[in-house]
Structures are given as structure tokens and as C-alpha cells.
Design a protein around this ligand. Sequence first.
Ligand code: MLT
Length: 401
Amino acid sequence: MVKINENYQKLQKSYLFSTIAKKVEEYQKKQPEAKIIKMGIGDVTLPIPTVVTEAIKKAAEEMAHKETFRGYGPEQGYDFLREKIMQEDYKKRGIDIQMDEIFVSDGAKCDTANFQELFSEDNIIAITDPVYPVYIDTNVMAGRTGKFLEGKYEKVVYMPLTEKNHFIPQLPKEKVDIIYLCFPNNPTGTVLNKEELKKWVDYAIQNESIILYDAAYEAFIEEENIPHSIYEIEGAKQVAVEFKSFSKTAGFTGIRCAYTVVPKEIKYDLNNMWNRRQSTKFNGTSYIVQRAAEATYSEEGKKQIQKNIAYYKENAKIILNELKKANLQAYGGINSPYIWMKCPNHMKSWDFFDLLLEKANVVGTPGVGFGPSGEGYFRLTAFNTKENTQEAMKRIQEIFK
Ligand code: MLT
């Protein structure tokens, strides 16, 4: 008889963003006239830069000719893209990362989800609370978390991000093995400066831990002294794996391209292990997509991408300002496309979600969906159009004025 992976029984009923999508769909069916504005999942809305679509067309055309056709590519990514990543994202920042430390993939979600496979089941994991649910759910599936009791998994170390600690995670008192950090943070939109991040690198060195550092929102950083890569911190190459994505940076949520950096200096032979894992389970990101990603590094590509990011950042400003005018408390949104607002009148996250959906036809993400410390909070994204963002704020203000 087949035995299923019982760990799946320990998961919440459905993935956070699927639950929200279903709720919204049901509401829309009941209220077909409602003009719903979606500020829930962090999905981009601006079209991808034309320099990227041109690269896609050119690469597709190459596939139509015998001389330039390509089949399977290298599982780690084509050199033309890895070279650009190495130069533009690292060498230009004074960081020495080699090409064989860069692994191109089809998304940071899959990479952050899959990387835990390299570690045994009895490692202690530490996550911020709230957290991007992928980190925790994949560890649940792998049997590393124990049971879900009173809103928490029993074997996981939760590091609360609260107003009290200014959304800066405190070093765990106990010894932990694998630490997930995401900065600029999803969901709170807040950041760690270099001194704060250094504490984590030092902790990992002292305790022989590994940091899995998700820098998917790095392109939104505008303030000084905020690290764009964990490798800006001395010693990080010994202890940290870094995940980066073209999704939010260049509008690739539908195209799919990301990369993971696994330094050779890092302990436990992780670079070789990840290489072995990827070459066994992954057949590479498509040639066409990698040419698209390469185009984001051209002068024109960079210009177009910056314009799109500036557009979203303007939306974030609108959200922060308008919430303030309505006397609603909000955080993040400066170095990030996410705004983390406090639900008014001590409302719970899901109650606020229902209220906004029904009274304002605005969708956001309930904070508690990201972890118990997210209860009473709500996440809005700046990824909608300016017009929709303004309209959503007007509707919210009408409820709370
Ligand atoms: C989010 O809304 O948290 C992200 O868009 C989810 C993701 O990147 O997978």
C-alpha cells in the first residue's frame, strides 16, 4: 500500500495566496458589478520593457533556424547571463562572486523552496514572524517543523517582527541551524542596515549556521547603508546563500527567471550539492528567457526597468501618504513595494480583509497569513496602476474618515 507524506497533513488548508484568490473569485461571482482593485499578491502590472521583448523575439527567431537552434542548455544557466550577473550585480558593487557560484533558475520561489532539501531533517530552522509562507511550508513538507500547535510549528524558532522591535529580528537565544532572512522584507516592507545584518552573519559564523538570504526586492532599495546583497557583509560568503529574482526587478513574474548564489567558500560543500541537485532535478531555464534576462542589463534595459520601479515606488508613496491622512498606521513602502499597515480599531487581519473587500472592493493580504505576529496587520502592494492605487486609497479613506 502506498504511504503518503504525512507531513502534508500538518500544512494549513491551502497556500495563502490561493485562499485569497478563491475568496475574491467567490465574492466577484456574488457581486459581478464590483470593480475590485487587487493589492494582494505582489504581482507586477506594467508591461515588460521593450528591450526585453525584442530580445525574446530575436531568441525565438534563432530557434527557427538549424544553425542557431538550441536544445537543452546548461542546468546552471548560460554563461552569457551568468557573466552579466557576476559583473553587474556583484563585481560593480565590489563583491567577488564567480560564475560557477551562480545558478540561474525559473524563480526564487522554487529556489527558496528547494534549497532546504540539502539539509537533514533534524536541523532547527529559524524564520521571521511574519514570513513569506514558502519558507515555512516547504520545511513542513520536509518534516522539519513538528506539529502546528496554537498558531505555530512546535520545532521552529520564530523571530517576531513587531512595532516594538522596529521590525528588526532579534538573534535567537537558542542555537539554530538554518536561518531564513528576507530583506527588504516580505511582508513588512522594512529593511536591515549593514550593522544589523552583520550581527546575523557573525551569529552564523559563531554557531555554524547557514543563512538563506532572499533579496528578491533589492531593486527597491533607495536609502543609504542598506545592503543590496548579503555579500556586502564581511564573512557572509562562508555562511550565506543568496536568492535573487528578475520578477519584481524587471517584471518577470510571468516570464520566470531568477538566480541563486552558492559561494564555494560556504561550508558543507553546498555549492557542489546544489549543482548536483539542479543537474539532477532541473533542466535549465529556457534559452529565450535567459536572453530576456540578459537584456535587462543593457543600458536601455536598465533605464526602462528603473522607470518601472520608480512608478511602483510612487504608488508606495501614495499609499503611505493617504493611509496617514486617514490616521492609519503603516510601515515599509520606502525601500520596498510592500506596505504593512495596522488594522484599525484592533481588528483582526481576516476581518479587515473581509471589510475591505466588501466595503471598498479592495484586496490586500491579511498579516496573520504570514505568521502569528502578523495578526492585526494587513499588507498592501504598490504593484497596481497609479489610477487604481489612488482609487483604492480614496475608497479606504471613505470608510475610515
Ligand atoms: C508575494 O505577494 O508575497 C509574492 O508575490 C509571492 C511570490 O513572490 O511568490
